[in-house]
Design a protein around this ligand. Structure first.
Ligand SMILES: Cc1cc2nc3c(=O)[nH]c(=O)nc-3n(C[C@H](O)[C@H](O)[C@H](O)COP(=O)(O)OP(=O)(O)OC[C@H]3O[C@@H](n4cnc5c(N)ncnc54)[C@H](O)[C@@H]3O)c2cc1C
Length: 477
């Protein structure tokens, strides 16, 4: 690799981190077949599978552990794990075999507690005339939804290689989901779709049906209908999966607490300079290929010096932000039931109505001696972690103020996970202009490949399966 890469990367690193890196720091240099950026669901899985395929790799992860959206908290009194990020894994593709080779035995997921009370968290007013759909109606609606999902599944999962463009895109997929739900009479399924995974999109009735299908598609519908399995580790600690991957990879193959600061990419290979966030040390990685497994947003990819073609594609994304939280409050304990957020206009049975963004979805009581409750906070691109914490307190205060159950306002946030940009999606217009064709055309350009939910669907095991198709393509290129 040309030494000029090294010099430029070092200068860029000094420029970006001028205050904390001395100018005479010489980066350590390593050489690998593939450098992977991001050790979440897609990046960590890809690291294992690439090693299986005989590749040398290095995985660069911003956090001190692998696992991305998996958040496992150990409840101090009960001494048990509580997964407040990723909840369960759908049995899809080679997922079971992958866990078996990690020596992870599995068990069915526990039932997530459902809310028995509905309150408008903006006003604190209870929805006294709200009627939840009967489960038989939910099942019937999910069956109709599944039938529709199955028509398009081959275009959407595990990847969108065959997604059509222009007039060939089925009209239903570019229809707003609210309109689609009304067209097929599946309104009774909406509260279930929303509270399981749909809420991450914000106001899901206004999103495109294909975006909803990437977030709650055929697998989820089948899982809820008992037609497809799902599992968690038998330890009931989802982090065990990613800890097992970390152990398998070993310390030489993972750079923790590390992010890229600069890079050079061309058709002959890549040079990526990365910096450890704890000690400021630099490492320069020379690799034949770069696999990006973080959200492909222009600002996050700044160290990769995007060219005009890449920027034109990645600047089209819209997204939400999601924060997963565990709280404890005497008020919630006294309430003794889970309470979900719905606007008053959802009464008596307007299932298309969901809270305005940003919102706290619910306070789901998890039971046990630790008296934990689990809210999630969803916002648009502008909702940062501070704003999310303020919103949590504000909507909790409204809940307390509107209740007869007590005035105790104490709310301890015991765990708070920032999941960053989520649910990357584009407009119907972008789809008509061939967005996915343009996106996938970037695969392999400048020795750079991409995995992760923006390129596939928002499920752990679907991403693992996406890798099973992508990685051989990458190595064969
Ligand atoms: C709260 C929540 C609950 C979910 N529940 C489920 C569920 O129950 N079942 C399911 O199948 N799916 C679930 N999902 C969806 C699923 O987890 C995601 O689709 C999946 O994690 C996306 O994988 P990814 O590799 O694209 O990103 P992530 O898994 O988010 O991984 C990205 C990784 O990159 C790292 N990173 C970010 N920026 C940088 C950088 N600049 N340099 C280096 N590293 C960086 C991050 O720390 C992270 O480890 C859930 C998601 C969330 C947020």
């Amino acid at each position: 690799m040309a030494p000029v890469h090294l010099i430029r990367n070092l200068l860029a690193a000094v420029f970006i981190y001028g205050g904390c890196v001395s100018t005479d720091a010489t980066p350590r240099a390593i050489t690998r077949d593939v450098v992977i950026i991001g050790g979440g669901a897609s990046g960590a899985h890809a690291a294992v599978r690439l090693k299986d395929m005989g590749q040398s790799i290095v995985l660069v992860e911003k956090q001190a552990i692998l696992g991305g959206a998996v958040d496992t908290y150990t409840a101090p009194l009960a001494g048990t794990p509580v997964d407040y990020g990723v909840f369960s894994f759908i049995d899809y593709g080679d997922a079971s075999a992958f866990l078996a080779r990690l020596n992870i035995s599995t068990a069915p997921p526990l039932q997530f507690p459902s809310a028995t009370r509905h309150v408008d968290f903006m006003t604190g007013k209870e929805l006294t005339s709200y009627v939840s759909p009967e489960w038989t109606d939910v099942v019937a609606a999910l069956e109709v939804y599944l039938e529709q999902c199955e028509k398009y599944e081959h275009m959407l999962v595990p990847g969108l290689w065959d997604f059509p463009e222009g007039a060939d895109i089925p009209e239903d997929l570019l229809m707003n989901f609210g309109e689609f739900a009304t067209k097929y009479g599946i309104e009774a399924a909406l509260p279930t779709i929303f509270i399981s995974t749909g809420l991450g999109m914000g106001k899901f009735a206004d999103e495109l049906t294909m975006t909803v299908m990437q977030t709650f598609g055929g697998q989820m519908a089948r899982a809820l209908l008992g037609l497809q399995g799902s599992f968690v580790p038998a330890s009931r600690r989802n982090q065990d999966i990613y800890d097992a991957i970390a152990a398998l990879l070993g310390d030489d193959d993972v750079l923790y607490s590390t992010t890229a600061v600069s890079s050079e990419r061309d058709d002959d290979g890549v040079t990526v300079t990365v910096r450890n966030r704890e000690d400021g040390s630099l490492t320069t990685i020379y690799a034949a290929r770069l696999l990006i497994a973080i959200p492909p947003l222009v600002d996050l990819l700044e160290p990769f010096d995007l060219d005009a073609q890449e920027e034109a594609v990645f600047s089209q994304w819209e997204y939400t932000r999601e924060y997963a939280v565990l709280v404890r409050s005497p008020f919630l304990t006294a309430l003794n039931e889970s309470v979900a957020n719905l606007p008053l206009a959802a009464q008596p049975s307007n299932y298309l109505r969901t809270p305005d963004v940003p919102f706290v979805d619910q306070f789901a009581l998890l039971g046990g001696p630790d008296e934990l409750a689990h809210p999630r906070i969803i916002g648009d691109e502008a909702l940062d972690a501070r704003g999310a914490r303020l919103l949590l307190r504000k909507q909790f205060a409204a809940l307390v103020a509107g209740s007869d159950a007590g005035t105790e306002k104490g709310l301890d946030v015991v765990a708070f996970a920032d999941h960053g940009p989520m649910h990357l999606h584009v407009s119907a217009d972008s789809h008509r202009k061939g967005f996915f064709k343009d996106l996938y055309a970037l695969q392999g350009r400048r020795s750079t490949w991409y995995t992760g939910s923006a390129f596939a669907s928002n499920f752990q095991t679907v991403l693992w399966e996406y890798n099973e198709v992508l990685l051989p393509q990458m190595l064969g290129s």
